[in-house]
Design a protein around this ligand. Sequence first.
Ligand code: NAP
Length: 221
Amino acid sequence: MSIKSDLRVIINSAMTVDGKISTISGDSKISSKEDLVRLHKLRSKVDAIMVGINTVIIDNPMLNVRINNIKKKSPSRIIIDSTGKIPLNSKILRSASQINTIIIVTKEADKDIIDKINSFGAKVLVIGTKSVNLPKLFNILYEMGYKKILVEGGGELNWSCITSGLVTDLILTISPKIIGGKKAITLVEGSGYSKISNGVNLQLVRVTKKKNNEIILYYKL
Ligand SMILES: NC(=O)c1ccc[n+]([C@@H]2O[C@H](COP(=O)([O-])OP(=O)(O)OC[C@H]3O[C@@H](n4cnc5c(N)ncnc54)[C@H](OP(=O)(O)O)[C@@H]3O)[C@@H](O)[C@H]2O)c1
């Protein structure tokens, strides 16, 4: 299955100097207000924002565009959720009748759960058997007109996207903090490579240093 050449898949993430994207308790408010403005501007320029189900469960995000002077409507929201365990009281489902929302499940999801999600106004696509088949998903999304997709984590989804060869851009805010914790989620989780030589190579295209000592790294893959 070929991925189209004008498909852009951008990972944006904020991490601490020690590579964590959340603390041991799941606190992920790492970016400064200024960096969040940048993120929301980026959101306003993409067709869809994608996150993994753990991020929805832990952060309960809205995933919309919240900048006063930007008129563009919020992009679609795509949630990767094999079994359909998205909380029924999540902000995503509660706003699904106003903002286009697609929940991607697999054959593991019960029909009752799919019906329940549909009843909030969210669309459900069944793609994959155990975990969501991302190459297939991105092809389907492309055919649906989604050509610029912003992936906002978490670590497991980042790993799957990067190792599937689907990601074109990585934008990384490094916050001048160290938070530690073996169980704190890092930028990329998954099973990992055993050799450095197998790692995914990145090309650094731009670096921005902010007055608050945040650094923003722009990579191409
Ligand atoms: N600082 C930041 O920029 C930032 C951004 C986002 C998130 N976060 C933090 O990241 C943490 C969550 O990250 P996480 O790594 O635990 O989870 P995640 O990436 O949000 O979600 C992963 C889950 O998605 C489901 N999934 C289904 N198909 C998949 C596939 N092909 N590849 C990967 N996942 C698939 C799996 O659950 P099922 O099998 O149950 O479907 C998997 O466990 C939260 O603490 C959040 O606060 C930080």
